[in-house]
Structure formats: structure tokens, C-alpha cells
Design a protein around this ligand. Sequence first.
Ligand code: AMP
Length: 276
Amino acid sequence: MKIFSTRSEIQQYLTRLNGKTIGFVPTMGALHRGHISLIEQAKATNHVVVCSIFVNPTQFNDPKDLQNYPRPIAADISKLEAAGCDILFNPPVSEIYDDNEHWHLNIGQLEFLLEGEFRPGHYQGVTQVVYKLLDIVKPTTLYLGQKDYQQFMVVSRMVEILDIPVKMVMCPIEREVDGLAMSSRNIHLTADDRQHSLILSKTLNWLKTNFDIKNIFQLEQDAMAMLQSEPGVDPEYIEIADGKTLLPANENSISIVALTAARVGKTRLIDNVVIR
Ligand code: AMP
């Protein structure tokens, strides 16, 4: 695997690949099976796979979260090599951002719903970094996980607004055998937290199973009560949303997704399930 830490080096290398398709998997590292499933999907349909590892400071609204974010780069490199990734882009912050840089992209309501409400500014940081990475890598296809469902919708909106020539693929959520969605933040869970965290996937599955039995308002009330009754779990939201707009769904919505975020102990987790 080739490893680059500067824009100029990776760009120089990529321009020599003319005509080859590039699958791109942006990550913040601390790689797990979820990330690797994206690499595998990219590998299956592209000549070249590029992964980036960059803990993007502009998308963190909590400085402690940024500071504590795991950065096991040596282990990540081994995992990428084992998965057959061709190129790793692992730049320092100074390679991506100038001092006092400003960014704002109007993506409408999507920015302020759900995650946007609890993490103000998060999606401006996400669009800022993804724009820069797409500009550097110029991939044929961008692979993102369903785990960050709203992020996929936000990036899709940006690609549409800015007319960026890239195809987008949403990859399914990889889970532990007991249902917990894999996440780089799971390492912060204590043994107790780990048990309590299962309520997220259990509640989302309960919503899916009962969707045709109860009305949406009642389902959301019951789901919130389920989360709240679990010790050590402090839910931020659980919503049944339109799969495209992420506005509240109604029974006529064509695609429907249930999304949740909760603090489990000191760790903030998100999860979602597609209902239809
Ligand atoms: P992150 O490193 O958390 O920024 O995630 C990088 C990419 O991996 C994003 O597109 C995520 O949605 C995706 N991802 C994270 N966790 C999972 C998972 N459990 N299953 C599938 N994809 C995931």
C-alpha cells in the first residue's frame, strides 16, 4: 500500500493512473470491520481503492471528543494492507486547512435536524472536509456507511448542489453479533456501558417490527421510554423520519428510517435502521 501525507504527492500519483476507476473511502481511523466492509465494496468495483484517515477538527463540536478520539495509526495501516487497500492518504491538519479558513454551504434543513440539532456546526465541518478530500482524490465513486445515515444525505446534497462528478454508494451497517453497531467510539464503553448500549439496536428493531401495528407518534413515545428506562442511557433523540428529507415521516412516506442518538455512560452513540 502506498501512503501519502501531502496533497501534492497523492495528486501527482493519482494523475498518473489516467483512465482507472478510483473508489474512495474517507475515514477518521481507528478502523473496524465497518470501515473494512467499505474498502471491500470499493475494491470489488474499482481499479484502485483510496482510503483517507483524517480526524477532522472542524466537525467536532466538543473539544474533549476531538482530543480523546482514538488514533491507532500503525494498527490501521496493517488492517488496510490486509484488506488490500491500494493507497492511504493520512495528512496532518496543516495539509488540509489554512489558518482562519471559512466555509459555509447552504444545505437547507438537513443541517439542523437530528444530529444537527445536538451537534451544531457538525455538518458544515463534514461538508468542508469531504469537499476538500473529493477535490484532492477526484474519485469515481465515494463509499459511505449507512451508520452515518444523515451524513450520507448531507454529502449527497452537497454533491448535487456543487455538481461534483462522483457516484455515491451507501454501505450497510456492520454490527457486533449482539447487535451493537460498530463504531470507533465503542472502545470508550465500560463493560456496563457495553451491556446497556444494546438498547439502541433493540429499540430500533422493535420500531421496525411494530411499524405496521402502532401509529408513528405512539411508536416514538414508546421507543423513547424504552431508551430512557435503560440504566446509564441518556437518549438525545429517536425519530422515525422520511428516508430522503429526514423530516418527520408519515405513513405515506416512500422510504422511512428510524434514527437515534444517546449517551451511554460518557460515550455518545448513534444508530439507525431502515424501516422501508
Ligand atoms: P468514521 O471513521 O467514523 O468517520 O467513518 C468512516 C466511514 O465508515 C463512514 O462512511 C461511516 O459511515 C462508515 N462506518 C462507520 N461505522 C460503520 C459500520 N458499523 N458499518 C458500516 N460503515 C461504517
